[in-house]
Design a protein around this ligand. Structure first.
Ligand code: HEM
Ligand SMILES: *[C@@H]1O[C@H](CO)[C@@H](O)[C@H](O)[C@H]1NC(C)=O
Ligand SMILES: *[C@@H]1O[C@H](CO)[C@@H](O)[C@H](O)[C@H]1NC(C)=O
Length: 484
C-alpha cells in the first residue's frame, strides 16, 4: 500500500500557486498595457500575428527559447514583424539599420520602457528609465566613472579580488555562475563605493541576493513570495544606502569619497543643487544591479567555450604567459598597459559576447506615431531591437553557430555588433566588464584547468541565458601537470 504521496500534493499546490502568479502577472501586464494606446491602422502595420488579445504571444516567448521564438517569426514575416508581448502590441526588428534608427538616429522618438515591477525594484530615479536632460546628466556622471582613463587606476584592486577568489576554487567543484556572480559583485561594489570601508558589504550583498530572487520571479506581492521578500530587501537596501550617503555628506566635506558614489555626491547643477539622497541611492543600486549579473553570465560562457575549445584555451594561456612571468610569480602587479596587450584573449571575449548575446534584445516605446522600414508604428507600441538575431545572422557573421574568435580580426560591419547596446542608452560599463574579464583570465588560464561536471549541454534562462545549472566545474592546478 502506498501512502498518499506528499510530493504530488506539493506539486499540485505549486502548480496552483504558479497559475495564480501567472494570472496575477497578466493582470499587472494588462495594467502596463493600458498605458499603450490602441490605434487601428491596419494598412501599414508590419506583418505578424498578434496572438490572443491579452496573453498575446507572451506565453510562447517564455515557453520556447527566445531563439526559436524570434527565428520562426523572422522566417515567416521577415526582418520586421508585429506581435503581442507582455500584453502590449510590439514590433520586433532585426535589420541593423532599423535598430540603429531606434537606438541612435531617432532615439528621441523611442523611450526606454520596463514593466512597472522592475522599475520599482531597481528604483524609479535610476537612469535606465529616463530620457532627456535628467538621463544625460546622470549618464555623463556614470560614464565618467567607467572611462578607461578612470578605471585604469583600479587594475590592481581588481587583481587583488581575483587573487582572493582563485585559490578558493583550487581542487574543488564550483558552480561557475555563482562564483562569477560573487566575483563581479565585488568588482561592482568597488566601483560603486571606491575602496571605502564605511559600508557593510556583507549586509548589502545579502540584500541584493533577496532582491535578485524576486526580480526574476512573478510580480506577485503576497507575504511568502520571492517578490514580497525582494520588496522588503529593497526597502532595507534603500535605508542602508541613504545612511551611507548622509554619513558621507556630513563627514567628508568637499571630498565625498571614491567610486561612483563620490562622483554622484560631488555633482552640482548650474544652480548649485545636489542630487537628492534617493536619486543617488537609486542610481547606485541600479548600476550594481546592471554590472554583476551581466558580467557573471559572460564569464560563465567564457569558461564553457574555453573548456570546449582546447586549442583556444592553449592559445589564450600562451598569450597570458607572454605578458610576463614576474606577474604570475607575484613579483609585480598587472598594469593597465598589460591588459592592452591581450589581442587574442580580447577576441575570445568579443566572440563570447556575440555567441552568447546575453542581452538578447531591448525594449523601447514609440512616443508618437513613427514610420520605420516603410511601416507605421503607432504611438505607445513597443519596439524591440533583436541583438541576438542580428549577432546570429549568417549575412553578418558567416557560420554564426561556430565559436570563432578570429572573425574579429576584421572589425564587424557597422551596427551589426551590439553586445552593449547602441546610442544614448548604451552600456557605460563595457570597458570595466572587459577589464575584469581580462584580469581574471590572466591569472586563471596559466594556473588552472577545469572540467565540466555532469552532462554539459543546454541553456538556462535566469534571466540571462547561461549554461545549464550554472556550469558546475571541477578546478585543478595546471602548473604541476605540465611540469611532469
Ligand atoms: C558583459 C557585461 C555587460 C553587458 C553584456 C551589458 C549590456 C548592456 C546593454 C545591452 C545595455 C543597453 C540596454 C538598452 O539599450 O536598453 C546596458 C546598459 C547599461 N549598463 Fe551594461 N552591460 C554589462 C556590464 C555592465 C557593467 C559592468 C556596468 C556598470 C559599471 C553596466 C551598467 C549599465 C548601465 C548603467 C546601463 C544603462 C545605461 C542607460 O540607460 O543609459 N553594465 N548594458
Ligand atoms: C528611499 O528612502 C527615501 C528616504 O526615506 C525615500 O524618499 C524614497 O522614496 C525611498 N526609495 C525607495 C525606492 O524606496
Ligand atoms: C585535492 O583533493 C584530493 C582529494 O580530495 C586530495 O587527495 C589531494 O591531496 C588534494 N590536492 C591538493 C593540491 O590540495
Amino acid at each position: 500500500m502506498q501512502p498518499p504521496s506528499p510530493p504530488s500534493a506539493i506539486t499540485l499546490l505549486s502548480s496552483f500557486l504558479f497559475l495564480l502568479s501567472l494570472l496575477w502577472s497578466f493582470f499587472l501586464f494588462f495594467q502596463w498595457r493600458q498605458r499603450c494606446h490602441h490605434h487601428h491602422h491596419h494598412k501599414l502595420l508590419p506583418p505578424g500575428s498578434m496572438g490572443w488579445p491579452y496573453l498575446g504571444e507572451t506565453l510562447k516567448l517564455y515557453t520556447q527559447s527566445p531563439n526559436t521564438f524570434f527565428s520562426t517569426r523572422q522566417k515567416r514575416y521577415g526582418i520586421i514583424f508585429k506581435t503581442h508581448i507582455l500584453g502590449c502590441p510590439s514590433v520586433m526588428i532585426s535589420r541593423p539599420e532599423a535598430a540603429r534608427a531606434v537606438l541612435v538616429s531617432q532615439a528621441h522618438l523611442f523611450k526606454p520602457t520596463y514593466p512597472p515591477s522592475k522599475e520599482i525594484m531597481i528604483g524609479p530615479e535610476a537612469l535606465f528609465f529616463h530620457q532627456g536632460d535628467y538621463h544625460s546628466m546622470l549618464k555623463k556622471l556614470v560614464q565618467s566613472t567607467f572611462l578607461p582613463s578612470t578605471i585604469r587606476g583600479s587594475v590592481s584592486e581588481i587583481e587583488q579580488i581575483v587573487l582572493k577568489f582563485l585559490p578558493t576554487w583550487d581542487n574543488t567543484t564550483i558552480n561557475t555562475l555563482e562564483q562569477m556572480k560573487r566575483f563581479a559583485f565585488e568588482v561592482a561594489m568597488l566601483s560603486a563605493f571606491g575602496g571605502g570601508w564605511d559600508i557593510d558589504k556583507e549586509r548589502i550583498k545579502h540584500l541584493y541576493q533577496c532582491l535578485e530572487k524576486g526580480y526574476n520571479s512573478m510580480p506577485f506581492n503576497l507575504p511568502g513570495t520571492p517578490f514580497h521578500s525582494a520588496m522588503k530587501a529593497r526597502t532595507l537596501l534603500n535605508e542602508t544606502l541613504i545612511r551611507v550617503i548622509q554619513n558621507r555628506r556630513e563627514s567628508n566635506g568637499e571630498d565625498q569619497g571614491g567610486g561612483l558614489l563620490g562622483v554622484l555626491l560631488r555633482h552640482k547643477d548650474d544652480n548649485l543643487n545636489h542630487l537628492t539622497d534617493s536619486q543617488v541611492a537609486d542610481n547606485i543600486i541600479g548600476v550594481i544591479f546592471a554590472a554583476h549579473d551581466t558580467t557573471a553570465s559572460v564569464l560563465t560562457w567564457i569558461l564553457k567555450y574555453l573548456h570546449d575549445h582546447g586549442h583556444l584555451l592553449d592559445a589564450v594561456t600562451k598569450e597570458q604567459e607572454g605578458i610576463g612571468r614576474e606577474i604570475l610569480e607575484g613579483k609585480r602587479g598587472l598594469t593597465w598597459e598589460d591588459t592592452r596587450r591581450m589581442p587574442l584573449t580580447s577576441r575570445v571575449i568579443q566572440e563570447t559576447l556575440r555567441t552568447s548575446s546575453i542581452v538578447s534584445f531591448t525594449f523601447r516605446e514609440a512616443v508618437e506615431e513613427v514610420e520605420l522600414e516603410g511601416y507605421i508604428i503607432p504611438k505607445g507600441w513597443k519596439v524591440l531591437p533583436l541583438f541576438r538575431t542580428i549577432h546570429h545572422s549568417p549575412d553578418f557573421f558567416p557560420h554564426p553557430q561556430k565559436f570563432d574568435p578570429s572573425r574579429f580580426e576584421v572589425p564587424p560591419r557597422p551596427n551589426t555588433y551590439m553586445p552593449f547596446g547602441n546610442g544614448v542608452h548604451s552600456c557605460p560599463g563595457s570597458e570595466l566588464a572587459k577589464l575584469e574579464i581580462l584580469v581574471l583570465l590572466h591569472h586563471l588560464t596559466p594556473t588552472y584547468r577545469w572540467k565540466v561536471v555532469g552532462d554539459d549541454e543546454g541553456i538556462q534562462y535566469c534571466p540571462f541565458p547561461v549554461p545549464k545549472r550554472g556550469l558546475p566545474i571541477s578546478v585543478t592546478a595546471r602548473i604541476n601537470k605540465t611540469k611532469l
